[in-house]
Write a protein that binds this ligand. Structure first.
Ligand code: AMP
Length: 397
């Protein structure tokens, strides 16, 4: 699959709309805690600047649900961009309102305008034609560099492409790199190929798990999602996170793994806590002995040892989702130990975006991984063999 290439576009003196993914994690003070996604967009922006064009950047941040909300403003993203690009970055007060339109009109060659959070407009997630039209009217050229959101048919990702022809749109460098990397990974992974899947819920990753099974040799489950499987196996899981409506699905996944000969690993012990809090009382218990009203918030030391054993001969690792509530030190140990082991291995290690990238970066192991994707959901959908809606229009015919 070859994508429309940014280098084949004539950008000189044009207005170029670049859809980026600046949906970065923020700490409790509103500071950007991991700017990987912003840094990853710099190559495309700099390339465009070198071609003498005016640049309109657009992104969403969080879920403001269709209305302006200062909490989700791109102000700190604009500041970080300014810092990284060493150039002025003007932030519009709105997305397609009077201010944005006036600023677009006044935009000159080599200047950079950042639109406010795209999701201030409800039409963004609804893929409204009206919004697509307004966004498209801003520019001569459209570039998608937002891998992390390319699995969504949103206005700035999919709908907008209907207003540009093959000579006036392309994939940015980041999008191209991610698609190429995962393409190779799906086509010919070096085996044994393991998926480590964690995070809060089975529901968010159910389809991905089902679709990954035929492709991998081993699956290691961690995080809150493990308890739905453990409950289905008949264990008392106390007050741990569980999705009762998915117990049957969990059974189907385990049956399918067995049928396919995929080794399916579940935690054999957990760090149980009397409450969901940093100052909780904790104890290490086997998965069979979680006390009533206690909740498992991390994998335990025996599970870490077991997973290490299982991962020892693996040649390719895909990791998506933390092993525990890594945001609290008390429950970060399992994720940290697995991260260290994976980083030290000689396997190709792929970290699938979002929380897992954040956790690997917090531990300082990001440079040790082979590839850290900027899109958790998007990378899972690619591995499921799907072609992402934001990528379809950019495929060379
Ligand atoms: P997800 O967005 O589904 O990848 O989930 C990531 C979140 O899962 C993180 O914020 C973790 O704190 C949370 N998480 C991981 N393990 C558990 C657990 N055992 N119980 C509750 N939440 C968890």
């Amino acid at each position: 699959m070859e994508l429309l290439n940014i280098k084949e576009l004539d950008l000189k003196k044009k207005k170029v709309f670049i859809r980026c993914d600046f949906n970065v994690p923020m700490d409790e003070f509103g500071n950007i805690s991991d700017d990987r996604r912003i840094r990853s967009a710099i190559a495309t922006i700099n390339y465009c600047l070198d071609q003498d064009c005016a640049i309109i950047l657009a992104s969403h941040l969080g879920r403001p649900k269709g209305e302006a909300n200062e909490k989700y403003s791109l102000t700190s993203v604009a500041r970080r961009l300014h810092h990284l690009l060493k150039r002025e970055v003007v932030l519009a007060n709105d997305v397609v309102g009077l201010d944005a339109m006036a600023k677009v009109k006044a935009l000159k060659c080599c200047e950079i305008l950042l639109l406010e959070n795209l999701r201030y407009e409800s039409g963004e997630t609804e893929n409204s034609k009206e919004l697509c039209e307004k966004l498209a009217s801003m520019a001569d050229v459209y570039i998608n560099d937002a891998f992390g959101v390319s699995h969504r048919a949103h206005a700035s990702v999919e709908g907008i492409t209907h207003f540009f022809d093959e000579k006036s749109m392309a994939a940015g460098f980041l999008l191209e790199r991610e698609i190429r990397f995962f393409g190779k990974l799906i086509d010919a992974p070096v085996r044994p190929f393991a998926a480590i899947v964690g995070g809060s819920k089975v529901s968010g990753k159910l389809e991905a798990l089902v679709n990954l099974l035929p492709k991998v040799d081993k699956v290691f489950i961690g995080g809150g999602m493990a308890f739905t499987f453990l409950k289905q196996m008949g264990y008392d899981i106390g007050a741990s996170l569980v999705e009762d409506d998915l117990l049957e699905e969990a059974q189907k996944i385990m049956d399918e793994a067995k049928k396919l000969g995929v080794k399916f690993y579940l935690p054999v012990d957990v760090i149980a806590a009397d409450k969901f809090s940093e100052d909780a009382v904790i104890k290490i218990v086997t998965s069979q002995e979680i006390p009533d009203n206690w909740m498992g918030l991390d994998i335990g030391p025996a599970t870490v040892r077991l997973y290490r054993e299982g991962l020892a001969d693996v040649q390719t690792v895909l990791w998506n989702g933390p092993m525990g509530v890594y945001e609290m030190d008390k429950f970060a140990r399992g994720s940290s130990k697995i991260a260290n082991f994976v980083a030290d291995s000689y396997a190709t290690t792929v970290v699938g975006g979002g929380d897992t990238a954040d956790l690997v970066q917090r531990i300082g192991l990001d440079d040790e991984m082979s590839f850290i994707s900027t899109g958790g959901g998007a990378s899972l959908e690619l591995l499921e063999g799907k072609i992402l809606p934001g990528v379809v229009p950019l495929i060379k015919k």
